[in-house]
Design a protein around this ligand. Sequence first.
Ligand code: ATP
Ligand code: MG
Length: 795
Amino acid sequence: RARPDDDLLRGLNPPQREAVTYRGPALLIVAGAGSGKTSVLTRRIASLLRSREAWPSQILAITFTNKAAGEMRERVGQLVGDVVRGMWISTFHSACVRILRREADQFGFTKNFTIYDSGDSRALVKRLVKEHEADAYGMTPASVQGRISKLKNELADAESFARQANMSDPAERLFAAIFADYQRALQRANAFDFDDLIAQTVYLFRAFPAVADTYRRRFRHILVDEYQDTNHAQYALIHELTRAPGSDAAPTEHGGLMIFDAPSDEPGALLTVVGDSDQSIYAFRGADIRNISEFERDFPGAKVVLLEQNYRSTQNILSAANAVISHNFDRKDKKLWTDVGAGDAIIGFTGYSQHDEAQFVADEIEALHRAGAPYSEMAVFYRTNSQSRALEEIFIRSAVPYKIMGGTKFYERAEIKDAMAYLIAVANPADELSVRRILNKPRRGIGDVTETAIARYAAEEGITFRDALANASALGVGPKIQQAIAQLDAVLAEASEIMLPSSGEIAPPTSVAEGLTLLLNKSGYADALRRSKDPQDEARVENLDELVAVTREFARNNPEGTLLDFLTEVALVSDADDLDDASGSVSLMTMHTAKGLEYDAVFVTGVEEDLIPHRISAGEPGGPQEERRLFYVAITRARKRLHLSLAMTRAQFGEVSVAMPSRFLQEIPHELIDWRQSPGDVNSRGGMQSRALNARRPGGGFGGGGSRYGDDLVPLPRRERPAGDVTKFANRIPAKIRDNGDLELAAGDRIRHDDFGEGRVDMVTGEGAKRVAHVRFDSAGAKKLLIKVAPITKL
Ligand code: ATP
Ligand code: MG
């Protein structure tokens, strides 16, 4: 007889099946990359629903990014249909926002609270550091912000810090004061920072057992992906949620005896966590591998399932990954295997400069694309965001369509922040930061003096900045400024009528778009940009249009979405997330963002000492090991093709330095890598003067290179500037992109390209600024060039 589960189990190996079907209070699935952890979690959810062991509303599934949550939701939806809508599949942060929005009024906030991203909280910390003159103690906004964040991840609040700190130390006293002020400012602004979202939810549960119980009764199944990257606060949250309802009830006293209520006969939620301690890459954010290694202690009787078969990558890729990670000590050895066969060799390339490296990546992508691989199945990874610039430059010229993931960039633009501040000022008038941000944007003649006076007045009276603003006349500001303030106030009020209708009414989904348009127009903000002669402002207007388009799309996707929902979504857009998808483009991202994802072809770039492992990690305890795990994460994303590349010289911050191949390259058995151009090749051809790179050993091999670097090589200090012609290569491609304007090109035309020489145009596609020439070069082969920017001349 067919069980409802049958098709869910089809194709799974025995331990995977067990992970889907096991029923018990606690289940830990530990396994290496690509062994099906996330897939198993998804099927487990479907199995719980199909067997009617759980209602959709009883399931809470936690993933690491919104993107991962979206994918899981889609996959569960395919297995069980529409009921997926009632489930909470989300990140820790968005689950906590949902809880906090419901419960905020229990503890001195209101449900329209603002979420401060790290830029917002940096701005607040900066102001406090200045006010307290803390720079005299060597404190910077960054260091203070980092320390507060760390404390919050450990669930230490300002009071508990003050109790434990050494308060005879003036620096500690000062920090404690800043921390307390910071928290007070958040409270006054009705705002939570990112770390608060988790920590305050834990405090809420601990302070209000009855509230905690409603969620404990509600969520009967809690499933957590990427458990190795949970920090203490997240761990505590899971613990709070899995406790038996009623277990917090205080004992009552009867005639001197403490009577504990009979232990509740309602069991706690069933917990499933999956993780891989080799992929723990967030120690710097307080992630604690011990959460995984001590799971069995925390949950006695927990079932542990190990998965060892990898379904993602070829054996060559896995062998490289196994070899690298085995250099970490202190780990349980687990070997991944696959039955898909050896596959292609890993391809290595050493560029003279980062542009040269980027050109290799672009050419390789084009070659794969011509051979039928879709762009969306290719990804390029780097260690630091700044490395993307050279790649972008070359991709633009070569007309490789790409998309930067982790592009919170859009929301970091000043004009977008301004527009968002207008929306937040409507949603949460208590948010001082936002109201102050728009106070004089566009210019209304409201200067610093007035602003400071209003802020002081608000603090003295214990009222919000916005309320103080409304009383500006009491502060003796001039009539012109009063009028400007009144106008701003009127615009905000008008927008709030559209976006926040009185209780009982439901705002139509388009209200956010309408409200935003009204704010931008009636405030004069958009007009000021349109009138400006600065060409940058033209782009800013386009960006604002884009934001309006985002609100429209939001309305389409969330017919019941409110202004608060929109603000939440934007605030939680994190590293791996983008509101629009990357279909049809190559994805560029940092190695951290790559977690959990997979692509047919992966390019790991900048495989150099000081980048991976990163320079700053060298001195940190456990730093190099964490970097090795990060590299392991990066290479295990590849299904079929893995490319490892580096540049022998790298221009950063206006300086050219010589780079050394990463030690992780040496940890990969060299027969696995097919070097198109090895570090040795570059050394001999490039005529570089690096003593380390000239060290050769007979018989050593970097593939075809004929030279090698051995264990005896000492990395050159990065800042050492080599003699000779290194910069020639670094400068081979001018940093400034050319603007060809309206260069007319048609099939049959002959052109000359600065790097590729002469060639013939086969075809021109696209329009306007996106016109692309498909050129067959006489010696460099077929290339696509973005006409507007390519360094070409028509012959
Ligand atoms: P990571 O550690 O990178 O998060 P993971 O352990 O979560 O990886 P998944 O992403 O779930 O692994 O699976 C990796 C790939 O293997 C996916 O493409 C998935 O569809 C496939 N896969 C998993 N299990 C099986 C199976 N039994 N048969 C065929 N393919 C499978
Ligand atoms: Mg996974």
